[in-house]
Design a protein around this ligand. Structure first.
Ligand code: SAM
Length: 202
């Protein structure tokens, strides 16, 4: 199957509660993936043995841990995959993801941050010279307020849906409804909506 990478290099940027929360989300992600028609081959990269992520995952999974169909490794994705195939997903990317590419290896940052640390995953991708993309949220949804950073659960469901259907109208159903006012019907409506928003914000 197509690989999907979770970058586990953010344990030092999170407090204990955030880390526990991230692991809960990762466990759910593994479940969504396993139950899907065409699962990704999940890779948990950059995990330090005996580190806080590793300990928490072991604690939560117990004996199941060794039976999971996940590749868990200390290595970085840049040491496993060709660089030109990697795409780091980050809400702060200047590039919009247009279509789902079955040949690319997408990377998701395993981080839940309450006090949103903007640009953390973008900085990481830039440092490694990797391509980045953000989801086309503004392009498809009438966005209300709030951060465009989605949770890991939402991310994996969106990616599974894109892999399966290739349709943003399907995949973006996993964005919580409270964050937007529905789908943009056409280009004209999108321009009108964005104009209205601009006029309303001082
Ligand atoms: N401040 C963090 C950062 O610097 O990325 C936010 C982390 S977000 C809660 C968790 C991960 O989900 C991100 O690292 C990214 O891989 C992915 N993600 C969340 N929202 C995204 C979006 N709108 N577009 C692309 N990737 C997104």
């Amino acid at each position: 199957g197509q690989p999907l990478v979770f970058d586990m290099s953010y344990d030092k940027q999170m407090g204990n509660r955030e880390l526990v929360n991230t692991v809960s989300q990762l466990i759910e992600c593994e479940g969504w993936n396993r139950r899907s028609l065409e699962p990704f081959h999940l890779h948990f990269c950059n995990i330090s043995p005996g580190g806080s992520y590793h300990k928490e995952l072991l604690k939560r999974y117990g004996a199941t841990w060794d039976k999971l169909l996940i590749t868990v490794t200390e290595k970085s994705y840049i040491d496993i995959f060709p660089r030109n195939k990697l795409v780091y997903l980050t809400a702060d990317s200047p590039r919009v993801m247009k279509t789902f590419d079955h040949d690319k290896i997408y990377i998701i940052g395993s981080i839940v941050d309450r006090s949103i640390q903007t640009g953390l995953s973008l900085a990481n991708a830039k440092r490694l010279n990797l391509a980045t993309e953000r989801l086309p949220l503004d392009e498809y949804l009438k966005w209300e307020i709030g951060a465009k950073n989605l949770t890991l659960n939402q991310m994996i469901n969106i990616m599974l849906s894109m892999k399966d259907t290739g349709r943003w109208e399907e995949a973006l159903k996993f964005v919580p409804k409270r964050k937007h006012e529905g789908f943009v019907q056409n280009r004209k409506e999108k321009i009108l909506y964005n104009d209205k928003k601009k006029r309303c914000t001082p």
